[in-house]
Design a protein around this ligand. Structure first.
Ligand SMILES: C[S@@+](CC[C@H](N)C(=O)[O-])C[C@H]1O[C@@H](n2cnc3c(N)ncnc32)[C@H](O)[C@@H]1O
Length: 225
């Protein structure tokens, strides 16, 4: 997400963080994220713009509880390819999508830059190969996966999209669940499915207070390589 959009749309929980928390991010993450910040932004706006990064790296339990209460729509999961040799989940978080790929692929690899989220994911999906990397530079050979997927993690960034297509085998699928700006993907010829949202599970009130209204992933855009 562009910095301005992220700062404008920061959920109420941004007030839980202070500017000093940015310094607590791992150095490589801080460098990656601060590169997105336009010069001259005030401290409060930097905290707002980095809200999600602060959650993923400094308060991963909160993200995990949100993800567990925002399950991916069943129709979206049903529309993913049936069975493949190798599947990749990019920006896998604590495994909301990864856990479903395990049943759909002989080998599942998950890329996730947050140390605490990788730890949660490894515990939850012990057979998955969990790798620390960025979507902009995936550490895999060309054509390594028949299915390259992401949920809630990516948008129409040309560098990232080039990487997703590079690591996907010819004839394989790139599948993005609830990407940023799904209408952009549709306009570029990707197939788009908008599934009905299932009723939300009973969940603690703090989730809405911290993250705003819950919005389970229910969009899917796919392209064949
Ligand atoms: C909205 S969460 C989604 C997590 C998981 N896919 C899910 O559906 O629960 C976005 C995830 O992408 C990761 N992420 C953010 N920027 C990334 C990047 N440039 N490359 C790879 N992962 C990234 C974050 O650490 C976070 O875990």
């Amino acid at each position: 997400m562009e910095f301005d959009e992220a700062a404008d749309k920061a959920p109420p929980g941004w007030r839980h963080f202070a500017f000093e928390d940015v310094a607590r991010l791992p150095a490589a993450v801080r460098e990656h994220e601060l590169a997105r910040v336009p010069p001259g932004e005030p401290e409060e706006r930097i905290v707002r713009g980095l809200f999600w990064t602060l959650v993923y790296h400094l308060d991963a339990g909160r993200w995990d509880e949100l993800a567990r209460n925002e399950p991916i729509a069943a129709a979206v999961l049903d529309a993913l390819p049936g069975h493949v040799d190798a599947a990749l989940d990019v920006g896998a978080g604590s495994g909301r999508l990864t856990q479903h790929l395990v049943a759909r692929a002989t080998r599942v690899v998950a890329v996730e830059p947050s140390d605490p989220l990788r730890a949660l994911l490894s515990r939850r999906c012990p057979t998955v190969e969990v790798v620390s990397a960025w979507a902009e530079k995936l550490p895999f050979d060309a054509g390594s996966f028949q299915l390259t997927a992401a949920c809630g993690a990516l948008g129409p960034d040309p560098v990232v999209l080039q990487e997703l297509f590079r690591v996907t085998a010819k004839g394989g699928r790139v599948a993005l669940i609830s990407p940023e700006h799904p209408e952009w993907f549709e306009s570029q010829g990707w197939e788009r499915l908008t599934a009905p949202v299932s009723p939300l599970p009973e969940h603690p009130a703090w989730l809405d207070e911290f993250f705003g209204p819950l919005d389970p992933p229910h969009e899917l855009v796919t392209a064949t390589v």
